[in-house]
Design a protein around this ligand. Structure first.
Ligand SMILES: Nc1ncnc2c1ncn2[C@@H]1O[C@H](COP(=O)(O)OP(=O)(O)OP(=O)(O)O)[C@@H](O)[C@H]1O
Length: 310
């Protein structure tokens, strides 16, 4: 990841008549970052994406995509930015390869390089074997990967993906997430709008939480967990014969202890497993298991929105 910002939005706002859809947001994204755009329905994610793509004009604020204003230099920005909607439209009777060839012509990719580039991108999304089958025979996962092949073929530097895994089975989801990580390692910047928090947690470096037209939080999941008063370390404890909420309160660094589905969940600012184990054993408890894991986005997200809606 570089320090260069490839997306810079400042004070961005959009009004539809009297209705404020986006209310002054700032968004700075570096090359190679995968950013999750999250938030309830109607929070302003799609409107923000449309403004970044230059498809709708901001009421106020500024946007620079790779240093260019999408409204002033729309063709250049459209060359650099690929958009993958949740359901990608292709010509069904044409093969995957024919669809890409047609799109290559629309994108004015020089004829001399098209054939080789299509083979190479089809290989990298694992579609080479089915490249000569009509798209009508493709599964949803294969269509999503063909959509990504198109972005690769156009050598887009930024990809905006809208619910890319919706309707995919677990294996296809995993394949697509692996592909997103590979693209990011290759330097592509990815904005991923999704309500699927486990997907976002798996691939996103940072998340932007949209709420009523604003970005209420922008940072890592660990930073979100810390902001809402939890800890970035979550320790699941299975123990019998003790009340961990009382015991853990005496351990330095512990922020919260909750009883969850028959075990204790302890949030802390550091790894306090040794201290917890020592307290449990000293209190005569039977320690069955201590598991350290990352803060979970679904928990942090749920708590964040419960707090802001209070
Ligand atoms: N063309 C439009 N005209 C009027 N209001 C609109 C228009 N597009 C969006 N809105 C309103 O702007 C607000 C933000 O909508 P937006 O589609 O950006 O939300 P979202 O976060 O993408 O939601 P979702 O998760 O449902 O996709 C909503 O209140 C929506 O009703």
């Amino acid at each position: 990841m570089s320090d260069e910002f490839v997306i810079e939005a400042r004070g961005l706002a959009k009004q539809y008549g009297p209705h404020v859809a986006v209310d002054g947001i700032d968004l700075q994204v570096r090359a190679g970052e995968v950013i999750g755009l999250l938030g309830p329905n109607g929070a302003g994610k799609t409107t923000t994406i449309l403004m970044l793509l230059g498809l709708t004009e901001a009421t106020r604020g500024s946007i620079l995509i790779l240093g260019k204003d999408p409204l002033r230099r729309p063709l250049e920005v459209k060359r650099d930015v690929g958009y993958l909607p949740d359901s990608v439209g292709f010509y069904e009777t044409m093969t995957g390869r024919e669809n890409l060839t047609y799109m290559a012509r629309l994108a004015a990719i020089p004829r001399g390089v098209v054939g080789e580039r299509i083979n190479s991108v089809l290989a990298s999304v694992h579609l080479l074997e089915v490249a000569d089958r009509p798209v009508a025979t493709y599964s949803r996962g294969m269509r999503q990967r063909l959509g990504i092949a198109e972005l690769l073929m156009r050598q887009c530097r930024i990809a905006i993906l809208d619910e890319p895994t919706s309707g995919l089975d677990p294996q296809s989801t995993q394949e697509l997430l692996d592909l997103i990580q590979k693209l990011s390692r290759g330097g592509m910047t990815i904005l991923l709008s999704s309500h699927m928090l486990d997907v976002v947690q798996t691939v996103c470096h940072r998340i932007a939480l949209f709420n009523k037209g604003r970005i209420g939080f922008f940072g890592t999941i660990e930073e979100l967990a810390a902001k809402i008063g939890g800890g970035t370390y979550v320790i699941d404890v299975e123990a019998e014969g003790i009340d961990l909420s009382a015991l853990a309160a005496t351990v330095d660094g512990v922020k919260n202890v909750m009883a969850v589905n028959g075990h204790w969940q302890c949030e802390a600012v550091r790894d306090v497993r040794p201290q917890l184990a020592q307290r449990i054993v000293a209190a005569g408890g039977a320690l069955r298991n201590l598991d350290l894991r990352r803060a979970r986005l679904d928990e942090a997200y749920g708590r964040y929105f419960r707090e802001v809606h209070q």
